[in-house]
Design a protein around this ligand. Sequence first.
Ligand code: NAD
Length: 511
Amino acid sequence: MTTKHGQRSDDPARQGNLGGNLPTKGMLINGRWQPAASGRTIVVENPGRREALALVPRGEKEDVDRAVEAASSAFSKWSRMPARDRGKLLLAIGAELEAGQEDLARLIASETGNALRTQARGEAKMVADAFRYFGGLASELKGVTIPLGETQLSYSRREPLGVVGAIVPWNAPAQLAALKIAPAICAGNTIVLKAAEDAPLAVLMIGEVCQKHLPPGVVNVITGYGKECGEPLAAHPAVRKISFTGSTNVGKAIMRAAADRIAPVSLELGGKSPSIVYPDADEDWVVDGIVASMRFTRQSQSCTAGSRLFLHEKIFDGFLERLAARATALKIGDPLDEATDIGSIINEKQFTRICDYISEGLNRSEARLVTGGLPPKEGPLTKGYFTVPTIFADSSNEWRLAREEIFGPVLVAIPWRNEEDAIRMANQSHYGLAAYVWSRDIGQALRTAHAVEAGWVQVNQGGGQALGQSYGGVKESGIGREMSLEGMLDSFTETKSVNVNLDLPPPKSFR
Ligand code: NAD
């Protein structure tokens, strides 16, 4: 059965029982695979082929309540298990995920449209690595002692918060799910994780592996739409912490919901990240670095895409010409084809949104199209939601394409003359997630790295995040840090201080 021409995630045609003979998945609640209480389902599509892949439950408040109840019941026993024993279970999950990483990668490529070779394999590897990394850190959930004097024992404990409600988007669904589940349960919490409606299958597969090793209720994975399933999870009174990755607008709504009960939140939100290239970096490795930092091989559906390129005016035209040649040489096609560098956009809604931005750029008189443009109207690329790498040159940092997160392969290049101007323009954004600086003069590069308002700056490289590094944004790109030991401690535990008076009078019997 095919869901033709991209029913969107909120399209009624994707709801109900349109699945025919499609595999039907359940949600993981209390160790069992369960349908939605309503019996309703959502069709998951392969966006590279516009073909339906499977049905997942369309979870709603009643399902959220069941999952939170299961997580609450599992908490007491799980949180009291010695941390090292919890860590061992995470290591076993990591080993099993590693053994099955090719299957996971294929599933990720099928449901997200991200190319198997350039993206999905790396993501599947990161999933296994995340469980291993946090499993190995279990013994580091340590408190401290405070020297308050000989008659005081003062120490702190890192205690789990309780039930964590986690919500992830579709662009790196498996990786982001692993990066929430692993630290949350390692620290002794239990979790209810809502997968994205567009890409829930790999997350369910991770849930399946977790369930083989964990007591029921420790990890619960639910599926459904944001309004129907995500909102009741964020608002649930028994959810003691919300860890959300997604768009800034939804992040704000989550923060408001959490404020009602003063529940802590970690928000990993959108970005419009600057890449600043100095004139001494007019080299081919930097051109390759810009291709990587713009995440062209992920259709730029990445929160850390360096989508504002500030090129020094001296090198502007020549650099752009080489960048255009490099971006155009990338092969766009079926995500599962080994030859493919760039896969497809996730769904029709995003595809149309990206095309609207490109049309706006094409109609702007001040902007010059360097390469790309609207997707082809015929040929093999019309089988899926394929877009082409597109670069506009413009002198302004002010227009919509230079300000808004497009979440597609549209790069705006802007020239600069003085370092001050480059930094001012880079910081002229309500976002502050990532930034990239390119220069052989390391003093100059670090000066800029420190001046840029971003949670993560890379100098002379454009790769992805690494485990062990605290990751998160400033300004409207988010709050809180994850992905590291410190991130686990800050985001998934709370500190309890205990004071003990050691100066008691002798017991009566000794007087
Ligand atoms: P989105 O905010 O629309 O959805 C993300 C998740 O939130 C989905 O599971 C969705 O069902 C759920 N959701 C939607 N509305 C909700 C509501 N009212 N209450 C509770 N949950 C709700 O984002 P998206 O379009 O799926 O993902 C793209 C966005 O995610 C981009 O803005 C991107 O920058 C951001 N992102 C950020 C990071 C990061 O680490 N900072 C990583 C990946 C993606």
